[in-house]
Design a binder for this molecule. Structure first.
Ligand SMILES: Nc1ncnc2c1ncn2[C@@H]1O[C@H](COP(=O)(O)OP(=O)(O)OP(=O)(O)O)[C@@H](O)[C@H]1O
Ligand SMILES: [Mg+2]
Length: 316
């Protein structure tokens, strides 16, 4: 992929006496949803605030659509839309009035564009109501509408699904995907949930303790998490005899606390070998009650293992 929208290189940031970000480098591209994944306190919001121009950078380079954050701040910022923490609105004004007010501060946002974004975020029916009466999910949608009014090339959202119900999360996910994939916006979203990233993002950068651990496509992450073996649990009337038989067949296995035969099969023709084991157990005169496949490790478990290995289990 070419078409770099956000370019971050060797970013360092100290707040108070603590170095919060250590040598962060990554790019996000036009047309992708980039997930910024990390546990609490990892440095997601700090990085996002810097990219959105709300905090200064100590060291390193950031450019947006080629505009350097230090030397061409205004041009760089003109390319960015975002929500960092909770979007602020005037509660006594309607959603539409809030958007119009914001549009006045941006160049070239027409009434037609306002209607277009309202429709895109699914607020047509409620946009004439006062924001004070909006639910959290509706305020999030209004936040996205406001953030994309001026057609930014980079949309940055810090934990945008916080507090949304499952339907709200799906709607937001669809909105962000269509902005990226159909309109070519570079969308960057942070989250602490791998499961959410898996459904929403094309690539994911993992940040732990202020350091960027890795950047991978979702396909790469799924492939890395896929096991190279399959495990089955077999329930029989006489587990001890069953184990003796498996040992005789040189099958990697152990007895679980519940008295199930846990069989590990790697390599080719796993199902055929499982059938062979089942036949041998029955031929031996054992009653075979159930055979079940153990569930694979989920991506979420991989992420948790990864962050804990980096000391991310403890808030640094
Ligand atoms: N103004 C500040 N002064 C000192 N330390 C700060 C300041 N703001 C944030 N930090 C520290 O920087 C670290 C990273 O915080 P940040 O908010 O970027 O994490 P995060 O990844 O967004 O976490 P979360 O998932 O909880 O939102 C934390 O240890 C935090 O306490
Ligand atoms: Mg945060």
């Amino acid at each position: 992929m070419s078409n770099v929208v956000l370019h971050i290189e060797h970013l360092n940031k100290t707040l108070g006496k603590r170095q919060i970000l250590h040598d962060i480098s990554f790019d996000t591209y036009a047309g992708e949803v980039f997930g910024f994944l990390g546990p609490n306190g990892a440095g997601k919001t700090t990085t996002i605030k810097i990219a959105a121009g709300l905090l200064t950078l100590d060291e390193g380079e950031i450019s947006i659509c080629g505009f350097d954050m230090r030397r061409q701040f205004e041009q760089a910022m003109a390319q960015v839309g975002g929500i960092v923490e909770n979007p602020e609105f005037y509660k006594y004004m309607t959603g539409l009035e809030n958007l119009r007010l914001y549009a006045n501060m941006r160049e070239g946002v027409t009434e037609e564009r306002i209607r277009e974004v309202v429709h895109l975020v699914g607020l047509d029916n409620r946009i004439g109501e006062k924001v004070g009466r909006y639910s959290l999910g509706m305020r999030q949608r209004l936040g996205v509408a406001q953030a994309i009014l001026h057609r930014p090339r980079l949309l940055i959202l810090d934990e945008p699904t916080n507090g949304l119900d499952p339907a709200g999360i799906k709607d937001l996910r669809d909105i962000l995907k269509s902005l990226a994939h159909e309109e070519g916006v570079a969308v960057m979203v942070s989250s602490h949930l791998m499961s959410e990233m898996e459904l929403m993002c094309d690539r994911v950068g993992v940040i732990v303790n202020g350091r960027l651990h890795s950047v991978h496509t979702i396909e790469e992450m799924v492939a890395a998490a896929a096991p190279d073996h399959a495990e089955y649990l077999i329930s029989v009337n006489d587990p001890q005899r069953g184990m003796a038989l498996l040992e005789g067949m040189a099958v990697e296995s152990h007895l679980t606390e519940q008295g199930l035969l846990n069989v590990v099969l790697a390599g080719e023709q796993v199902e055929e070998r499982l059938a062979e084991i089942n036949r041998a157990l029955v031929t031996e005169g054992l009653s075979l009650y159930t055979v079940s496949k153990k569930e694979n490790r989920k991506l979420e478990d991989v992420f948790i293992e990864l962050t804990q290995a980096e000391g991310g289990g403890q808030i640094a």
